[in-house]
Design a protein around this ligand. Structure first.
Ligand code: UDX
Ligand code: ADP
Length: 458
């Protein structure tokens, strides 16, 4: 079969894999290849056990793989054969040198640009998918065109707004698709090619275009705004706990103002995930670079409140358990940074688990999808840590349960049964406010929600 277009994606991660699967699914006339330097990852994409858990993903991969969706380690061939190359390699926060802890580490991305330049033998459209600091597209263009080999590269910015756990739905029905390009005739032509790809399933009024830097910046700002909502409600949760107000009642009242909106106002133990913190720190770094100290401090506050919220949660456990956790078994319900994903990057559970171990507690971790990642995250931490799949078994003999992830299954457990097997007095710290607190209290638990008065028997 001859395909109408050959699309390549470099980087088979949380963004590249699902995004390309959706393009292949919606556009059978295109051949979509996903490459990665990690052969293990590619082997998993080619197996029955995909490297990431995402509802609905198995189905679309199964429908397309081997037909018009291919996973491979042959990066050179992939580059040569494609007209359009998406780049979705990882861009973590730098851990070394200038800007460590703030700026994005661009080494993977830089290597990718050089690989494309080395292997390309025809004109290419390069699409930035990874979240990148503003003006990266320009740097990419400079690397690509630094050897005058007669090949034209047009670089576009097309940030990904999908959220984990709902990736397939977000890709299928996006709020918007954003494409940034240079405003030159070549830039606009490249932009239109990408618009047409998305137009296969997204209505044109949802495909918006902009200049390239607005597009890059929009991604950082979108995540900063979302994270800010979580930090805003979390900051008020601290006040509610002191003032005997209820954060859910406050959130409902505030969110019913249509100018504010009710979504993303769930108080929690803190936000996690690979994007929020990284993108805000990137924004802060950019502002500092441009000498905008007040702006940088403002956004840094979002991350500080998040750290404060995680600290507060831990201190609440310590305080409630009579200021010593030594030798007490504490069960973490969930380790993923949110429900419906196995991803644990920046999960508040990592911080809480480590702090509990510091306090010499014995930690039992349970999670329906993230135990493998939890083990990796806790590698090298010396202490008593157990990983147990069954939540009933996990909390046997424990003094406390701390809900870290809002998995729906945790709300449906038989807490009378759980109570019987736990050490007494028994405690529940609901870091996601998903449980029936009054009922738990009546069973005998001492209950500590987020942003609501605690219910204790003392
Ligand atoms: C986010 C953005 O939503 C997405 O658009 C972007 O492409 C990538 O970053 P993601 O990190 O997958 O997506 O998850 P998201 O649903 O945004 O949640 C982020 C964190 O905030 C999670 O830890 C979640 O539990 C927490 N959160 C979210 C809250 O604590 N309360 C809320 O009300 C909403
Ligand atoms: P994201 O959440 O942004 O998708 P991931 O870490 O899940 O990030 O995925 C990024 C992928 O990019 C990883 O599988 C990594 O092996 C891959 N990668 C990094 N550098 C290169 C490169 N030069 N060529 C191909 N793949 C790369």
């Amino acid at each position: 079969m001859t395909f109408e277009k050959h699309i390549l994606c470099i980087g088979a991660g949380y963004v590249g894999g699902p995004t390309m699967a959706m393009i292949a699914f919606k556009c059978p006339r295109y051949k979509v290849t996903v490459v990665d330097i990690n052969p293990g990852r590619i082997a998993e994409w080619n197996s029955d056990h995909l490297p990431i858990y995402e509802p609905g993903l198995d189905e679309i991969v199964r429908a397309t793989r081997g037909k018009n969706l291919f996973f491979s380690t042959d990066i050179e061939k992939g580059i040569r054969e494609s007209e359009i190359i998406f780049v979705s390699v990882n861009t973590p926060t730098k851990t070394f040198g200038a800007g460590a802890g703030m700026a994005a580490d661009l080494q993977y991305w830089d290597k990718t640009a050089r690989q494309i330049r080395t292997y390309a033998t025809s004109n290419k459209i390069i699409v930035e998918k990874s979240t990148l600091p503003v003006k990266t597209a320009q740097a990419m263009k400079r690397i690509l065109t630094s050897e005058a080999n007669g090949i034209r590269f047009d670089v576009l910015s097309n940030p990904e707004f999908l959220a984990e756990g709902t990736a397939v739905r977000d890709l299928e029905k996006p709020d918007r698709v954003l494409i940034g390009s240079t405003q030159t005739p070549n830039g606009l032509r490249a932009r239109d090619v990408l618009v047409e790809i998305y137009a296969n399933w997204v209505s044109k009024d949802r495909i918006i275009t902009s200049n390239i830097w607005s597009s890059e910046l929009s991604k950082l700002v979108a995540n900063a705004f979302l994270a800010q909502r979580v930090s805003s409600i979390n900051s008020i949760s601290a006040l509610c706990e002191k003032a005997d107000a209820d954060i859910e009642e406050v959130a409902r009242a505030v969110g019913m103002d249509s100018r504010v909106g009710g979504r993303f106002l769930n108080a929690s133990v803190g936000f996690g995930g690979s994007c929020f913190k990284k993108d805000i720190l990137n924004l802060v770094y950019l502002c500092r670079y441009y000498d905008l100290k007040e702006v940088a401090d403002y956004w840094e506050g979002v991350v500080k409140i998040n750290d404060y919220q995680k600290d507060r949660f831990l201190l609440k456990i310590l305080d409630a358990l009579f200021n010593t956790l030594a030798d007490k078994r504490i069960c973490l319900f969930g380790f993923a940074f949110k429900a419906d994903t196995g991803d644990t990057r920046e999960s508040p559970a990592i911080f809480v688990a480590r702090q509990l171990i510091e306090e010499k507690a014995r930690v039992v971790i349970t999670d329906p999808k993230a135990l493998k990642n939890a083990m990796k995250d806790m590698e090298g931490v010396a202490g008593d840590i157990a990983y147990v799949e069954d939540p009933y078994v996990a909390c046997e003999g424990c003094t406390a349960i701390a809900v870290m992830t809002e998995w729906r299954t945790y709300a449906a457990l038989d807490y009378e049964r759980i109570y019987r097997t736990m050490a007494k007095p028994a405690f529940i710290f609901d870091g996601r406010n998903i449980l029936d607190h009054r009922k738990l209290f009546e069973i005998g638990f001492n209950v500590f929600p987020i942003g609501k008065p605690s219910l204790t028997h003392f």
